[in-house]
Design a protein around this ligand. Structure first.
Ligand code: MN
Length: 296
């Protein structure tokens, strides 16, 4: 039942996101392994970071617009959103359309430990203390629900409806005056990948000039990332196969007769001129092909 909202919001014939297997929820509930946590950087209608804590076989989820901060002076707004399936914790990719359309990067992952024996009670009370053990985020944290904080009389979405929490780092060895999202911006799943690399590995032309956000900072970010993803695609397509493309390298090792013609075809066509779907190599080889990086 916990994933009802998650499923209602999505059309799984149109999104690569995991569909949320109910049997998986039950399996996970009874597993005695450590509790999973992750943070996904999600560029959609607005950039935000989704903090997810495994509990009762699902991922409790908060959308943090500014992202987590390891500076205890920062109180980061965290909007409680629908539970996600545990499988979502390894998801990284492009949501072409519909709910959450945009790019998802797995920004951090690891395990979490509640600093209380009564997690349900703490959630109900709106004060959950916990420890994170991720690649980027570690140490003690708290999520506190904000009572009347910033309550809007119009009853609008946001403050006042019980969905607004604050994510705050406790003072410990893992705290410091570092902007962690800027300091460590890349994926923990795909080596050296940023949002543009993730889009390039999928399909930089998926929105063909009509990205999920057009105006403001988010629109600017989308334009920049799409442009960069097209560059990466082009660099990969024109790169010398001997020096850079593992796909081509593997290919040339085969007898000529069985050689696939794909790499050659990909090389001869500019990324911009290829139709959207056919230009999307999803293979690991295509992803791992070396990317000469330009200064940004
Ligand atoms: Mn999100």
């Amino acid at each position: 039942m916990a994933l009802e909202d998650y499923k209602k919001k999505r059309n799984f014939s149109k999104t690569p996101e995991p569909s949320g297997d109910t049997a998986e929820v039950e399996k996970r509930k009874t597993q005695k392994s450590s509790l999973f946590f992750c943070v996904q950087k999600h560029l959609a209608s607005h950039l935000h970071y989704d903090l997810r804590l495994e509990w009762n076989g699902v991922l409790l989820s908060w959308a943090v617009p500014k992202g987590p901060s390891i500076d205890p002076a920062d109180k980061r707004l965290a909007m409680h959103v629908e539970d996600h399936p545990v499988e979502y914790g390894s998801f990284e990719g492009v949501i072409p359309e519909g709910y959450g359309a945009g790019i998802v990067m797995l920004w951090d992952r690891g395990s979490w430990t509640p600093e209380t024996d009564d997690v349900e009670g703490s959630l109900k009370k709106g004060d959950l203390k916990f420890t994170l053990d991720g690649f980027k985020l570690k140490g003690s944290w708290v999520l506190v629900r904000t009572g009347g904080y910033g309550r809007s009389s119009s009853g609008g979405r946001g403050a006042g409806d019980g969905r607004s929490w604050l994510l705050i780092k406790h003072r410990d060895d893992w705290a410091g005056p570092i902007d962690i999202t800027t300091f460590a911006p890349l994926s923990v799943k795909t080596p050296d990948a940023d949002l543009a690399d993730i889009l390039a590995a999928d399909n930089p032309e998926v929105w063909s000039g009509n990205p999920p956000a057009k105006g403001g900072d988010t629109g600017t970010m989308f334009r920049r990332i799409i442009e960069r993803a097209l560059e990466i695609r082009e660099e990969n397509a024109t790169a010398s196969p001997a020096a850079t493309s593992s796909a081509a390298r593997e290919d040339s090792a085969k007898p000529a007769a069985t050689r696939s013609t794909k790499p050659a075809a990909a090389k001869s066509v500019s990324a911009k001129s290829v139709s959207a779907k056919s230009a999307a190599p999803k293979s690991a080889a295509a992803k791992s092909a070396a990317k000469p990086r330009k200064k940004r």
